[in-house]
Design a protein around this ligand. Structure first.
Ligand code: NCD
Length: 277
């Protein structure tokens, strides 16, 4: 797909329609799905914003998806409810892609993160990754941990305040697989990794906004903290202060390249799911 993109795309998905249903804010995920579809000659239908949708009127996710099956060849959806993706997939007869279901999972982000690690580091097996920030509500770190847990000799360090520790679903998965992980509160204890994966505290998941205000900038990564370190810096973006802009000029700052990889990975995924490889 990198080669296809270099040529400016082709038309292997001509005549195919992707429906993008985004009931939660998104910039990168939706636009990179749309860009991927356009690069391959396909068309896109986008429904954005909960209040403009039939779900707002009380329609079930299952009914919305059943109707979308009449309009599109493939569907992607982001929804605030954990488990919404399972509901959608259970009724969809066309391929369905989860673009983020509340605090639970964000599997296509995990695929592009995996691709980024492979590209930046040359391999995935044997990687020591430190994940920092909101490990409880951050869906990207959940999906990425499940995916990296399938590789060999992985090591995980989880850095978070105790209120936002890594979801128990992830830690029990790692334990079952016999994978080594460490949980710490101080970011300095996680800087000797191959990959440093920063995340934002997920404001929208807090019932108590004063609790969010108290936790939001517990970790702020600066270029000074990375002196003498060799880790690749990743972030699913958007960042809201947890990576200082002084980090941007470092050769190991990979977060903007990571976002670019979203188009390539989603092009590949759309082709695979629509049998147009
Ligand atoms: C993430 C998300 O929506 O979960 N963003 C993204 O898809 N690139 C991360 C976030 O919003 O913090």
């Amino acid at each position: 797909m990198e080669e296809v993109l270099k040529k400016g795309g082709d038309d292997r998905l001509a005549g195919k329609i992707l429906a993008c249903l985004f009931y939660e804010p998104s910039t990168r995920t939706r636009l990179s799905f749309e860009s991927a579809m356009h690069r391959l000659g396909g068309d896109v239908l986008s429904a954005v914003g909960f209040q403009f949708s039939s779900l707002y009127k009380g329609e079930t996710i299952e009914d919305t998806i059943t109707v979308m099956n009449e309009y599109a060849d493939i569907i992607t959806m982001r929804h605030p409810e954990g488990g919404s993706a399972d509901k959608a997939a259970s009724v969809s007869e066309v391929p369905f892609i989860n673009a983020g279901d509340g605090p639970r999972q964000h599997p296509t982000q995990a695929l592009l993160d995996l691709y980024t690690i492979q590209k930046e580091k040359g391999s995935v097996d044997g990687t020591h990754i430190t994940m920092v920030g909101d490990l409880l509500y951050g869906r990207t770190v959940h999906s990425l941990s499940f995916l990296l847990g399938l590789y060999d000799n992985m090591r995980f360090t989880f850095v978070s305040p105790k209120e936002l520790k890594m979801s128990e679903k992830v830690t029990s998965f790692l334990t079952e697989k016999g994978i080594n992980y460490t949980e710490v509160e101080d970011i300095e204890d996680g800087l000797d990794a191959d990959v440093l994966y920063m995340t934002r505290v997920q404001k929208e998941r807090f019932a108590d906004q004063s609790e969010y205000e108290r936790l939001k900038l517990k970790y702020v990564l600066t270029a000074d903290m990375l002196k003498g370190k060799d880790c690749t810096i990743m972030h699913p973006l958007p960042r809201v202060g947890e990576i200082d802009t002084s980090v941007d000029a470092l050769p190991n700052a990979a977060y903007f390249r990571e976002a670019g990889n979203g188009v390539i990975v989603r092009m590949a995924l759309l082709c695979m799911l629509l049998d147009a490889v």
